[in-house]
Ligand binder design. Structure first.
Ligand SMILES: Cc1cc2nc3c(=O)[nH]c(=O)nc-3n(C[C@H](O)[C@H](O)[C@H](O)COP(=O)(O)OP(=O)(O)OC[C@H]3O[C@@H](n4cnc5c(N)ncnc54)[C@H](O)[C@@H]3O)c2cc1C
Length: 502
């Protein structure tokens, strides 16, 4: 039986868990963070080091419309933050298209015939839109027309989600693409760049610079963990949380965590902050939730993601930060060039490090394929899309990221609402934060804002802030002010997106 009682036991050392721990530690509240990864903090925002080359799990732009989040990044890693230019393109059928799209370049590369078809199908969609679009496909076709949907959305989106665009909810498109329309892309391309008067006006997709730590996002979260420890908090790695039991007599949480040797240790806290996937949390919680809530949690789905890191002799073929691969002839979905994110991502300027991103499910053959096979596949594909010669690839590694994306299918909102209602009634001192912790497909800033508000709630001993009312831009709206429920608030704002996925 543990003797120390922490103010909060925090599950997960990703941006959400570490932000909660840091905010609480600054107010002298004792905390412990339990992280299953034996080596890295940062969660999906960690940076993996392979022979001195740094690999990010997807490039992580640091940009937020929330001033508080930007300030917190500066407070944690200020001197190490670079301001970086953004450059990205789309590869489709042997051609590279500047992204954000430049209409004249896109039209000339598509050719007169295809361009005319795009414009006609766009006009048709504007004249005869699908009323009340329910699927991703209907929503995007309404917005951009059938032809542009096929070229710039369909293959990439289906690679990412592993399902047809007819199965993906329109809700996802509305959240992720709302800030961008054909009109805004064209306007951006034609008009000289103007600095927006305030951060709220920025369409995040189109920002042309962003902040980035010198050696990747992991640097931010390492610095945060160091600060927590300096303030007296504990951040323990290699501790997988396997049980969360509420002791109603003592009104505390008893959290069991297993280490690499299979030993289980228990931690006791007045509050439990969870950034682990809702599905895992609900399976562990005691006393058990209702059958209905358990069924709802089990129905939540996730998309997994692996990066094949290639170390390549730099022949100057590609200087973008990333390239979306819309081409259906290869499996790779996106290619990152980490040296363009920061020169310090590579130990030797004669080389660059690419990240070839493959989207899959944990039970796909690809997920469990031997690393050597995946590296061979990536080598072939990088040559096929003309970004490097296979002979220039000198080494490689594979980084797997389970549950990279919470899936937004038709039913997820209902399932999350069921679980949330059950947890909130039974356990007022349990706090869900972050991406999989709340099943929200959002960026670091959202995860951090939910954690910042949670820390305030814990210190106040009351749920003063409804973390579900934080929208994907990390803005908090009081219930009633911007809509009666979180779903309304969420759907209300322009969002981070590419023509594909963050
Ligand atoms: C490809 C890709 C690109 C992205 N690009 C950007 C970007 O450009 N900018 C941006 O801001 N965001 C980006 N994001 C989003 C960002 O990665 C997430 O929003 C952020 O990491 C979420 O933080 P979190 O703490 O909620 O969750 P996570 O980062 O998932 O952290 C959760 C932590 O909990 C741990 N954990 C889980 N279960 C247990 C358990 N049982 N016991 C102990 N520990 C456990 C995990 O190991 C993990 O460390 C991107 C994401 C992806 C997948």
């Amino acid at each position: 039986m543990p003797t120390a009682v922490f103010k909060a036991v925090i599950v997960g050392a990703g941006p959400a868990g570490l932000t909660a721990a840091y905010e609480l530690s600054k107010k002298n509240a004792p905390v412990v963070v339990l992280e299953s990864d034996p080596e890295y903090v940062g969660g999906i925002s960690r940076t993996v080091n392979y022979k001195g080359f740094h690999f990010d799990i997807g490039g992580h732009r640091f940009f937020s419309k929330s001033r508080e989040v930007e300030d917190l990044w500066s407070e944690i890693a200020g001197p190490d933050m670079l301001e970086r230019p953004r450059s990205s393109r789309i590869y489709y059928r042997g051609q590279f298209y500047t992204y954000p799209l430049k209409p004249f370049e896109a039209l000339s590369k598509l050719g007169l015939f295809e361009s005319t078809r795009c414009m006609l199908s766009f006009a048709k969609a504007r004249l005869r839109p699908t009323p009340n679009p329910r699927t991703f496909e209907d929503w995007v076709v309404n917005q951009f027309g059938e032809r542009l949907f096929r070229i710039f959305f369909k293959t990439y989106t289906e690679k990412v989600w592993g399902m047809s665009c007819q199965e993906i909810s329109a809700d996802w498109a509305a959240q992720r693409i709302k800030g961008l329309s054909l009109g805004s892309a064209i306007k951006h391309a034609l008009l000289p760049p103007r600095k927006p008067k305030d951060r709220q006006q920025v369409v995040k997709t189109l920002i042309d610079t962003f902040r980035y730590p010198r050696r990747g996002p992991g640097m931010m979260w390492e610095a945060c963990a160091t600060k927590i420890r300096q303030l007296g908090g504990e951040v323990l790695l290699g501790r997988r949380v396997t049980g969360c039991r509420f002791d109603s007599g003592r009104k505390v949480w008893i959290v069991a965590a297993r280490d690499a040797n299979g030993q289980t240790e228990e931690f006791c806290g007045e509050n439990l902050v969870s950034s682990m996937p809702i599905r895992e949390l609900v399976a562990q919680i005691e006393p058990k939730l209702s059958d209905e809530a358990n069924r709802a949690a089990k129905s939540l789905r996730y998309r997994d993601f692996l990066t094949v890191g290639l170390i390549v002799r730099d022949q100057g073929r590609f200087t973008d930060n990333w390239i979306y691969i819309h081409d259906p002839s290869v499996q790779v979905g996106r290619v990152q060039n980490y040296k363009s994110w920061s020169p310090e991502m590579v130990p030797d300027p004669a080389y660059c490090s690419y990240g070839l991103e493959y989207f899959c499910f944990e039970d796909d053959r690809m997920w469990s394929a031997p690393d050597a096979d995946l590296i061979a596949l990536a080598k072939n594909e990088i040559q096929q899309i003309n970004l490097a010669a296979a002979a220039d690839v000198v080494d490689g590694c594979v980084i797997r990221q389970p549950k990279a994306y919470p899936v937004y299918d038709d039913a997820y909102q209902r399932h999350v609402a069921t679980v949330r209602a059950s947890l909130e009634t039974s356990f007022p001192t349990l706090h869900l934060v972050g991406r999989n912790g709340m099943h929200k497909y959002n960026n670091q800033d959202h995860a951090m804002m939910t954690a910042m508000l949670t820390a305030k709630n814990i210190l106040a001993g009351d749920r003063k802030y409804d973390v579900w009312a934080v929208n994907q831009d990390a803005e908090y709206h009081e219930a009633g002010a911007a809509g009666e429920n979180a779903a309304e608030v969420l759907g209300d704002k322009p969002a981070e997106t590419s023509l594909g996925v963050a």
